[in-house]
Ligand binder design. Structure first.
Ligand code: ATR
Length: 278
């Protein structure tokens, strides 16, 4: 027996049973032959501060954060990265040796890496992006696209006040379009992204007329249940390249796994299947 500490990490949220993160990290630990544990933790809002003070003392190296804590953890962290501050949410907390909490957001990294790996010719700078939705996921994607050099982002959302607010916050690269005229955002768009929850199993499909869309455009969805949403199916039938949303979930976890367990994990078909069947 050695007294070397076995690394432990997890995911906090409420509810937490649906989270795919334990299956993902668990698969990688096994695949890389690493000693370590990754556990789902149901944490209510009223307990959040105390839980975050306690976890480092219990030997946790860090936690992923999901609904409803992604915003509130920023106030409890000792250090917040610029990108997490800009997005206004964190999905990854790392506990330093002295117990201090470092908050980061890797959702934007996951989004861009998914496109880069699955559509190697794609560049954010290829042309305007048409983005649907204005929630937390939209903020992460907008930040990543601007970072990656997109010339313009056309944003459309059912609730227009939210897109107007994003325009004020993220600046001149954003142009606000009306939800009822969503199709107008597609003229000469190089990248099309659905960040709404429409298209998810149990919800209505996200539908936009693709008539004006170039066949050179790349279309992606952050929804991954089902993998092929109606949007992706129509885009594929039109001849466009499509990338499903599962990769975003997988790639956002890569930096955290490496930080906590010491090896950079592989993203491939085997891990996709492991997560899908979880
Ligand atoms: P997340 O943090 O995952 O992005 P969110 O903040 O709840 O979640 O945002 C969900 C997005 O899906 C929003 O853009 C929402 O539009 P509203 O801002 O108008 O609520 C969009 N959305 C959800 N259900 C929708 C529906 N039935 N029709 C159109 N948009 C919908």
């Amino acid at each position: 027996m050695t007294d070397e500490k076995i690394p432990v990490a997890g995911v906090i949220g409420a509810p937490i049973a649906h989270s795919k993160s334990p299956a993902l990290h668990g698969y990688w630990l096994k695949r890389h032959g690493l000693r370590g544990h990754y556990v789902p933790l149901h944490v209510e809002q009223s307990d959040l501060a105390q839980v975050l003070r306690t976890l480092p003392r219990m030997g946790f190296r860090g936690v992923n954060v999901t609904i409803p804590h992604k915003q509130s953890v920023l106030d409890l962290a000792d250090h917040v990265t610029d990108r997490a501050a800009l997005i206004g949410a964190a999905n990854t907390l790392t506990f330093r040796d002295d117990g201090r909490i470092h908050a980061d957001n890797t959702d934007g990294f996951g989004f861009i890496e998914n496109l880069r790996q699955n559509a190697p010719d794609w560049r954010a700078s290829d042309g305007p992006a048409a983005l649907f939705g204005a929630g937390g996921a939209a903020r992460a994607v907008i930040t990543a696209l601007i970072d990656a050099g997109v010339p313009e982002i056309r944003i459309t959302n059912r609730t227009r006040t939210r897109t107007e607010a994003l325009r004020k916050e993220f600046g001149a690269k954003l142009t606000v379009y009306d939800w009822v005229q969503a199709g107008n955002t597609l003229d000469d768009a190089a990248t099309v992204i659905n960040t709404t929850s429409l298209g998810m199993t149990g919800k209505a499909d996200f539908r936009v007329p693709l008539d004006g869309l170039s066949r050179d455009a790349l279309v992606t969805d952050i929804v991954y249940t089902p993998l092929e949403t109606a949007l992706l199916e129509h885009a594929r039938m039109r001849g466009c390249r499509t990338v499903d949303g599962l990769g975003m979930l997988l790639y956002q976890a890569v930096p955290a796994f490496e930080r906590w367990f010491g090896e950079r994990p592989e993203v491939d078909e085997d891990v996709r299947q492991a997560v899908l069947s979880a």
